[in-house]
Design a binder for this molecule. Structure first.
Ligand SMILES: [Zn+2]
Length: 82
């Protein structure tokens, strides 16, 4: 497996009220270097960014970018399974 082709997944919690918000976030993150795909689940306010690992896309980079349009965004914290 070529590590240059591997992908990273970065999950964020972003307050999104409507499809306009979704589109804003998609456009913002789509312009970020190393981003391959942006998936948005409006119902749970979750944004999943798929990036190219070789660009070394960091969660903090993605978070700072999305904060420019949605300043209450935060990294997604996986819910615990008890
Ligand atoms: Zn909205």
């Amino acid at each position: 497996m070529n590590p240059n082709n591997s992908l990273v997944k970065i999950e964020l919690k972003v307050p999104l009220c409507c499809q306009d918000c979704e589109e804003t976030v998609r456009v913002q993150l789509g312009e970020l270097e190393g981003v391959k795909d942006v998936n948005v689940d409006l119902s749970i306010q979750k944004v999943i960014v798929i990036g190219y690992n070789h660009v070394k896309l960091e969660p903090s980079t993605v978070l700072n970018s999305v904060k420019k349009v949605k300043n209450r965004a935060q990294l997604w914290i996986p819910s615990r399974i008890n």
